[in-house]
Design a protein around this ligand. Sequence first.
Ligand SMILES: C[S@@+](CC[C@H](N)C(=O)[O-])C[C@H]1O[C@@H](n2cnc3c(N)ncnc32)[C@H](O)[C@@H]1O
Length: 266
Amino acid sequence: MASMTVNEFNLFQKFIYDHAGIDLAPAKQIMVSSRLTKRLNYYQLDNFGQYFELAMSSDNPQEFQMMVDILTTNETYFFREPKHFDFLQNEILKSWRGEHFRLWSAASSSGEEAYSIAMSLADNLGGRKWSILGTDLSTKVLEKARHGVYMMDRIELLDRKLMEKYCLKGVRSQEGTFRIAEKLRQHVRFKQLNLMKPLPPKMETFDVIFLRNVLIYFDNDTKKHVVERIISSLKPGGYFFISHSETLSRITDQLEMVQPSIYIKR
Ligand SMILES: C[S@@+](CC[C@H](N)C(=O)[O-])C[C@H]1O[C@@H](n2cnc3c(N)ncnc32)[C@H](O)[C@@H]1O
């Protein structure tokens, strides 16, 4: 088995920083090396430098995306940081009076965040119109999000009543899994979007944006650019959620903190 040299690690480190803004700490070398070893074996290559060249060559866009997928961290789960869902329900949805409620789960990973929000919207907005956009850089997680099938053993925070109302339990060969019901999935769409790139020209504006557990991978300059870009799509008076483990201190003056990790656009 080939071991990754520091120079080889630096290639991947620089690449993912330039492409996605992700600041890979040197301590991540072992993780990167073990994740990429499978690709090295698949192509029967001798070293990681050869793999990097192959993934970067213009005639292999699929391997390029595969490398990006491998270098991202996609950890997520249903109703992560439950206080955010309490706030969404009690402080935003209960008093919301509009025609169409739009929410963006930026860096949605495999969809657990977007579908948790969907359950809250379906429960609180009655028959009113609502939609959710989920975006991520990794096409692998987006595929999973669109499919909407999850393992039963990863749902500690998913309320049993919501589960019964909005999820379908798998039977026979699907035993141990569940699928998000079509009545929710029809309100949620997923597409690839790199937060480092300008937003699409016809990007809609949102009442609420969730940008949770991704800023931690960015340095301060990148954070500033990403946050400024994203909040250009947030309506004035709209809410912006980050993770409790992240901070926006000295990042923008367009947002005012309502509670730790929850902001309103001025
Ligand atoms: C840890 S997950 C967070 C998922 C979810 N928001 C949550 O809080 O559970 C971080 C996600 O950010 C995505 N990501 C990282 N850099 C990105 C970028 N430049 N553009 C878009 N998505 C990015 C990763 O692919 C990953 O799925």
